[in-house]
Design a protein around this ligand. Structure first.
Ligand code: DP6
Length: 394
C-alpha cells in the first residue's frame, strides 16, 4: 500500500468569483483574487492510500463515508490520473504507473467545524488534488484540476495573495490560479473571522450563482466592466501594501457581490442582522479615525471576515466584544493568534456606540496570510490505518 497525507488552506476572496460561463469545466465569468489563510488556524487534512487489495475507490469526510460517485470528485480523480499517465509516460516507468491501476481510499477532515458555515470545499478540493498528485508523483500546475472540484479551490493551491485568471479558452486550459505575492509579503496583515450565529441554511454557491447568471443584469455589468478594473487596482494595492486602497476595494467588492445577490430573481440574502451590524461597526470605527483601518468581506453566508493590520487587532476586538457581548457557553470567544486586552478611549466608544447584540458573534478566529498546500510533517497524524481504513470515525 502506498499512502500520502497533505494539508491545504482556506482562502477568502477580496475580489469575488460569482458566476460560471461553463458549468461542467467550472469556468468563471470574471477573474477573482483571494488571500490564503494560515493553516495553523484553518486547514483540511487529507490522506490517500492506493493498494492492490482495495476493491473500489472509497472516501470518508469528517469521519463519515461519503459518496465517491460525486461528479466533481470524479472529475478530479479522472483528471489527475490522466495527467499522471501522461507525465509518467513521458518520464518512463518508475513504479508510479503500477499504483495508477490500483483503487484509492481517501480520508479527509477539517480542523474547523463545518457547522461554522466556513466554506470548506475550497480547502477540501485543493487538498484532494494536491495529495493525489503527490501519490502519483505529478508535479507542476494543478490549479486547473482543483478548479474542476470547486471554482474557489484553485486559489487554495497557492499561499499568500492569489489571483484566478478567468481565461478565454473554451477548454479552460488558461483558467488558472497564480500567486500575486507570497504569504511573507505583508507581515502585518491580519484576518479575523467573526462566526455569526446563523438562523437557517442558505442557498449554496453553485445554485446561487447559477440563478444570478440567468437573472441579474448587475452581475453582467460587474463581470464585464467593474471587475477587470478592480483586479488591476487590487493587485497594485497589495504590491504597495496600501491598506487604505486594499480595504476600500475589499469592502466595495463584497458589497457589490451581495448587491448582485439582491438583483438576482428571486433574490438571495446571505447577510443577516449580525452581518449588517458588523458593517456599520466597521464604518463607524473607520470614520472615527478618518481612515480605513479595518475592512469586511462576506461570502455566501453571514460570517464576517475582517482584514486589518496587526496594530489594530487588540482595540478592534474590544469593539467587537462591546457590540456583540460574548455569551459564555464554555467555548472561548477568541481562537487563533493571541489578542491582548486594550483600553477603549471614551471618544472611540461613543463613536462606535451600538445596541449590544449578545451572542451575535459566537466566536472569533484570529489568523494571518499563510502558505499553500504542504505534505504532512508528522506522519503519525495521518488519517488512514495500515488496513487502509480511517483510524477513527466521528
Ligand atoms: C462567494 O467556489 O464554492 O465564496 O465553483 O460552484 O464550487 P463552485 O462555487 P464556490 O464559490 C465561491 C463563491 C464565493 C466567492 C469566492 O470565493 O470567490
Amino acid at each position: 500500500m502506498k499512502k500520502v497525507t497533505c494539508t491545504a488552506p482556506v482562502n477568502i476572496a477580496v475580489i469575488k468569483y460569482w458566476g460560471k460561463r461553463d458549468e461542467a469545466l467550472i469556468l468563471p465569468i470574471n477573474s477573482s483574487l483571494s488571500v490564503t489563510l494560515h493553516q495553523d488556524q484553518l486547514k483540511t487534512t487529507t490522506s490517500v492510500a492506493a493498494s492492490r487489495e482495495f476493491t473500489e475507490d472509497r472516501m470518508w469526510l469528517n469521519g463519515k463515508e461519503d459518496d465517491i460517485r460525486h461528479p466533481r470528485l470524479q472529475s478530479c480523480l479522472r483528471e489527475i490520473r490522466r495527467l499522471a499517465r501522461k507525465r509518467r509516460g513521458d518520464a518512463g516507468d518508475d513504479g508510479f504507473s503500477r499504483i495508477l491501476g490500483y483503487k484509492v481510499h481517501i480520508c479527509s477532515v477539517n480542523n474547523f467545524p463545518t457547522a461554522a458555515g466556513l466554506a470548506s470545499s475550497a480547502a477540501g478540493y485543493a487538498c484532494l488534488v494536491y495529495t493525489l498528485a503527490k501519490l502519483y508523483g505529478v508535479e507542476g500546475e494543478l490549479s486547473e484540476i482543483a478548479r474542476q472540484g470547486s471554482g474557489s479551490a484553485c486559489r487554495s493551491m497557492y499561499g499568500g495573495f492569489v489571483q484566478w485568471v478567468m481565461g478565454e479558452r473554451e477548454d479552460g486550459k488558461d483558467s488558472l490560479a497564480q500567486q500575486v505575492e507570497p504569504e511573507t509579503h505583508w507581515p502585518e496583515l491580519r484576518i479575523l473571522i467573526l462566526v455569526a450565529s446563523a438562523e437557517k441554511k442558505h442557498v449554496g454557491s453553485t445554485a446561487g450563482m447559477q440563478t444570478s447568471v440567468q437573472t441579474s443584469p448587475l452581475l453582467k455589468l460587474r463581470a464585464q466592466s467593474v471587475v477587470p478594473e478592480r483586479m488591476a487596482e487590487m493587485i497594485e494595492s497589495i504590491r504597495q501594501r496600501d491598506f487604505e486602497a486594499f480595504g476600500q476595494l475589499t469592502m466595495k467588492d463584497s458589497n457589490q457581490f451581495h448587491a448582485t445577490c439582491l438583483d438576482t430573481y428571486p433574490p438571495i440574502f446571505y447577510l443577516n442582522h449580525v452581518s449588517q451590524r458588523v458593517i456599520s461597526m466597521v464604518h463607524r470605527y473607520n470614520a472615527h479615525y478618518g481612515q480605513t483601518k479595518v475592512a469586511y468581506s462576506f461570502d455566501a453566508g453571514p460570517n464576517a471576515v475582517i482584514f486589518t493590520l496587526e496594530q489594530t487587532v487588540n482595540e478592534f476586538v474590544e469593539v467587537v466584544k462591546r457590540c456583540f457581548p460574548p455569551e459564555s457557553n464554555g467555548d472561548p470567544f477568541l481562537k487563533g493568534l493571541p489578542v491582548s486586552p486594550a483600553p477603549l478611549p471614551q471618544k472611540l466608544l461613543s463613536a462606535v456606540e451600538c445596541d449590544p447584540c449578545p451572542g451575535g458573534v459566537r466566536y472569533t478566529i484570529v489568523t494571518q496570510p499563510g502558505p499553500g498546500p504542504v505534505p504532512l510533517q508528522d506522519l503519525n497524524l495521518d488519517l488512514l490505518g495500515s488496513d487502509g481504513l480511517p483510524k477513527q470515525s466521528a
